[in-house]
Ligand binder design. Structure first.
Ligand SMILES: NC(=O)c1ccc[n+]([C@@H]2O[C@H](COP(=O)([O-])OP(=O)(O)OC[C@H]3O[C@@H](n4cnc5c(N)ncnc54)[C@H](O)[C@@H]3O)[C@@H](O)[C@H]2O)c1
Length: 285
């Protein structure tokens, strides 16, 4: 893809944060956007903040829970009906979940996996056949996280799903390399958004008997720490601008954290240390 003008994008999680900033950046460059989100009220309010009109793209909204393949299928058809061929799919909706092993309810584990991983998979499954059929240059943009490359304690469900999105996207890029459908994976660190509120939607927080706060003290401390880092993070507008530049440049990974290089190198070194030790043992057997 070499321009956003007159192209069509489908964005999940478009009512807030990175998804909303991507919507604004794309419409400013002349693309039409179907904004999809589970939160209908926030979606309507967000759409009103997007500037459309002369030289800019249009927006439509659709309520879509990415956990439900039928919702994603319906949204894909609605996007095509509204704007014609779809050229970009931003599988962006995501939530956080913290907690210690043994203390994270399994239904919450399934919930975050369904949104952060399967939501991405459904987007790809629904839109790739449509992109293949129309044959125009297209791009799939999956939102992972820097948490898909490095880890810290207390965030296992988030890391597990984001590592999965990175691996899934790497495989997808190889799968589609011979086509004109490009793939990118977003790996941001600390971008201003409402991400820290996402865990309030987890199944056990919806149960009457369950506490509405995070499940344990460590998780609550982690929540406060990440909230502070997100509140002081990069603006979603700046990250969205980087994403649009990266997609046109055909870049696969989209990072924004100058300090993450050291973490990537440390992880690589620790993998290779054990790798070399295992091979040395094998040589002696
Ligand atoms: N903000 C950061 O620092 C950061 C860092 C790394 C990765 N990310 C990732 O960026 C993506 C966007 O998050 P954000 O930071 O803009 O957070 P956000 O909470 O501001 O936006 C997420 C949006 O997703 C929507 N959503 C949640 N569950 C949904 C579902 N089941 N179906 C459809 N929509 C749903 C929410 O209603 C919300 O509008 C997420 O995948 C997140 O994991 C964010």
């Amino acid at each position: 893809m070499d321009t956003y003008k007159n192209k069509t994008a489908f964005i999940t999680g478009a009512a807030s944060g990175i998804g909303l900033a991507l919507t604004k950046a794309l419409t400013a460059q002349g693309a039409n956007v179907m904004m999809a989100d589970i939160n209908g009220k926030a979606l309507t309010a967000a759409a009103k903040t997007v500037k459309t009109g002369r030289g800019k793209g249009k927006v439509e909204t659709i309520i879509c829970d990415v956990i439900k393949p039928l919702d994603v299928k319906t949204a894909a058809k609605a996007t095509q009906n509204a704007f014609g061929n779809v050229h970009m799919v931003f599988n962006n909706a995501g939530v956080g979940l913290a907690g210690k092993p043994g203390n994270i309810p399994l239904k919450d584990w399934r919930w975050i996996t369904d949104i952060n991983l399967m939501g991405v998979v459904y987007g790809v499954e629904m839109f790739v056949p449509m992109m293949t059929a129309h044959g125009e240059p297209s791009h799939i943009i999956n939102t992972a996280s820097m948490a898909g490359h490095m880890t810290m304690g207390g965030m296992a469900p988030y890391h597990a799903t984001k590592f999965a999105v990175v691996g899934y996207s790497e495989s997808l890029a190889q799968e589609l390399a011979a086509t004109n459908i490009g793939v990118s994976v977003l790996c941001p660190t600390w971008v201003k958004s409402n991400i820290y509120n996402g865990a309030a939607g987890r199944p056990t927080a919806q149960e009457k008997s369950a506490p509405k706060s995070e499940p344990d003290e460590a998780a609550a401390a982690l929540y406060n720490m990440t909230k502070g880092l997100v509140d002081n993070g990069m603006t979603a507008e700046k990250y969205a601008a980087l994403v649009l530049k990266s997609v046109l440049a055909g870049r696969f990974y989209v990072f924004n954290d100058p300090e993450a290089r050291a973490a990537i190198n440390m992880r690589r070194a620790s993998i290779l240390k054990d790798y070399d030790a295992c091979l040395a043992d094998l040589n002696e057997m």
